[in-house]
Design a protein around this ligand. Structure first.
Ligand code: ADP
Ligand code: TYD
Length: 203
C-alpha cells in the first residue's frame, strides 16, 4: 500500500484539481486507499478564507486565515496518515508561500520567510509536492469561464506567484511537471513521481 502525504501545487488553471482526481482514481483502481482533499477547505474556516478574499480584508489578515484553515485541516490529514493512507491535497502550504508571499511584498520583509516562521512549528511537511508548471497566460485562459471563482487572477500577480513557486521548487521535496501536456500525460507522470518517492507500507 502506498502511504504518505502528497500536495499538488500550481497557479490557478494549472490542472491541480483535474490531475489530483485522476491520480486518486488511478491509484484507487490499483487498490490503494487514497484520501483526496483540498484547500481552502469546505469547512467554515475555508468559507471564512473565501469571504476574506472576496471582501479583501488585506494581505496580513488573509494570510493568517489561510494558515488557520490549514491548522484545522491538518488534524484531519494526520488522522488519515495515521491509518496508513495516501493523502493527496489539492493546494497546501506552498500556496500560502507563493500567493501570500506575493501579496505581502512591500508590507513585510522577506514575506516567504515570515510565513514559514509563522507556521513551521506546527505544519505537516508533505513527503512530495508536485508542482504543475504552466505559463500564467495559459492558466488564465483555462479558467476564463469560471464565474467569480478566482480572486487573484491578475496576470502580473499570477506571474509573481509562478516565480515564487519556481523558487520554492528548488527544494528536494518538489517534483516539477510540465502542466501544458494532456491531463492523462500529467497524471501518468504524477503517479510515477508518487511511486518513486513514497515507500509502500505493509497493512
Ligand atoms: P486548477 O485546479 O489548477 O485551478 P483545474 O484542474 O480546475 O485547475 O483546470 C482548469 C481548467 O483547465 C479546467 O477546465 C480543466 O478541464 C482544464 N485542464 C486541466 N488540466 C488540463 C490540461 N492538462 N490540458 C488542458 N486543459 C486542462
Ligand atoms: P482554489 O479553489 O484551489 O482555486 P484554483 O482551483 O483556481 O486553484 O483556491 C482559491 C484561491 O485561493 C486561488 O486563487 C489560490 C488562493 N489561495 C491562496 O492565495 N493561498 C492559499 O494558501 C490557498 C490554499 C489558496
Amino acid at each position: 500500500m502506498l502511504a504518505g502525504f502528497v500536495s499538488f501545487e500550481g497557479i490557478d488553471g494549472s490542472g491541480k484539481t483535474t490531475v489530483s482526481r485522476l491520480v486518486a482514481e488511478s491509484l484507487r483502481a490499483e487498490g490503494h486507499t487514497v484520501h483526496l482533499t483540498h484547500e481552502p477547505t469546505k469547512t467554515w474556516l475555508g468559507d471564512a478564507v473565501r469571504h476574506a478574499t472576496d471582501d479583501d480584508v488585506g494581505p496580513i489578515a488573509e494570510s493568517f486565515l489561510f494558515l488557520a484553515d490549514r491548522a484545522a485541516h491538518q488534524t484531519d490529514i494526520r488522522a488519515h496518515l495515521d491509518k496508513g493512507e495516501l493523502v493527496l491535497c489539492d493546494r497546501y502550504a506552498d500556496s500560502t508561500y507563493a500567493y501570500q508571499g506575493a501579496r505581502l511584498e512591500g508590507l513585510v520583509k522577506d514575506p516567504i520567510r515570515f510565513l514559514r516562521r509563522a507556521s513551521e512549528l506546527w505544519m505537516l511537511r508533505p513527503d512530495l509536492t508536485i508542482l504543475l508548471r504552466i505559463p500564467a497566460e495559459l492558466g488564465r485562459k483555462r479558467i476564463e469561464g469560471r464565474p467569480n471563482l478566482i480572486r487573484f487572477e491578475d496576470l502580473a500577480f499570477l506571474e509573481k506567484v509562478a516565480a515564487n513557486y519556481d523558487r520554492l521548487a528548488r527544494s528536494r521535496r518538489f517534483t516539477v511537471l510540465d502542466g501544458t501536456r494532456s491531463p492523462e500525460e500529467v497524471t501518468l507522470a504524477a503517479v510515477s513521481a508518487i511511486r518513486k518517492r513514497l515507500t509502500p507500507q505493509k497493512r
